[in-house]
Design a protein around this ligand. Structure first.
Ligand code: ZN
Length: 318
């Protein structure tokens, strides 16, 4: 089986490259599966999705590893023997920010709460880590965020190193690690070191803001949703606009929305109890008037036609 030289580890900012097609075969859905002699396209793995981009003019839809090969599924039916390739830089930057941010955040959770990360998912919208602890206090989450963001602003170098043997690994990760073949470690300054195959920022400063969005119970631990970098800016912008528009509707300032809502709530409660009282009085008056009418007509029963909404309104009398 032919093998593909991986360019994305040694040259993480390389987006344009030339390659030779070693093998190609049609996929089930009219696509073409292509194996190149070298590639800068990251294949899905280690919790991180694949890169996208183009081989010649054909969009790259999916990339995965098959043993020593990297397979590219493209929207096209044929390619020349030598191809020009282009990796989508925006998506690469996004994945680098989320992944390096995850390493920093996981380490911060370990240091502040002694909570270990047992799972990581980098989705197109959501990023999550699974921690082995329950009931994390909001105050501690703020400490974790502060520490993670301090590591970002200190702008540490992010380095990769290759190791042949588990015995070469630092004591802290050796005991929980089983691997065959070359082991790649990612270090963020002196703050963190972890085995990883993903694409990363070159410095922690490139991660941008790290923000925890949500915590939820997951089996016997906690699932933490978070965003980094440009996603954090987009998230902040969306929330800012939404809150701003609610504040305009309430004719108040964004940071005063809670007070305004509380005031509206108590106003609503008071209005409702006044209305209920008035309703009760009106029902009693109506009943008295109808009884009087029945008395005048010397009938023991008076039939009133009421529409459905009136019927339910009168029902407390039944
Ligand atoms: Zn990783």
């Amino acid at each position: 089986m032919p093998s593909t030289t991986r360019l994305y580890h040694e040259h993480p900012t390389l987006t344009e490259f030339e390659a030779r097609v070693l093998r190609s075969e049609p996929g089930d859905d009219g696509s073409l599966h292509v194996v190149l002699d070298q590639t800068a396209f990251y294949p899905t793995g280690g919790g991180q999705p694949h890169d996208i981009g183009y081989l010649q003019d054909a969009p790259v839809l999916d990339v995965w590893e098959n043993g020593e090969e990297v397979v590219h599924r493209i929207d096209g039916t044929e390619l020349p023997e030598a191809v020009s390739a282009r990796v989508d830089w925006d998506r690469r930057v996004d994945h680098r920010q989320q992944h390096t941010g995850q390493h920093i955040l996981s380490r911060a959770f370990e240091l502040v709460l002694k909570a270990s990360t047992i799972g990581f998912h980098l989705g197109s919208e959501k990023c999550t880590i699974d921690l082995d602890q329950l009931d994390l206090s909001p105050q501690k989450i703020i400490e974790v965020e502060d520490l993670a963001n301090r590591i970002v602003t200190e702008d540490h170098e992010v380095r990769q190193s290759w190791h042949k043997d588990v015995s070469e690994l630092p004591e802290s990760i050796r005991k929980s690690f089983e691997a065959e073949g070359d082991i790649r470690l990612i270090s963020i300054g002196e703050f963190d070191v972890n085995p990883c195959c993903g694409t990363h920022c070159e410095r922690s400063g490139q991660v941008g803001l790290i923000k925890v969005l949500k915590l939820e119970k997951n089996k016997n631990g906690t699932r933490v949703e978070f965003v980094c970098g440009r996603r954090a800016l987009q998230d902040y912008r969306a929330r800012h606009e939404e809150l701003g528009s609610v504040a305009r509707d309430l004719t108040t300032d964004a940071l005063d929305v809670r007070n305004r809502v509380e005031a509206l709530r108590s106003e609503h409660k008071e209005t409702r109890s006044r209305l209920e009282k008035a309703d009760k009085e009106l029902r009693q008056l109506l009943t008295q008037a109808w009884a009087e009418e029945a008395r005048k007509e010397s009938s023991s029963m008076l039939v009133k036609e009421l529409d459905a909404s009136r019927q339910s309104w009168m029902s407390p009398l039944a």
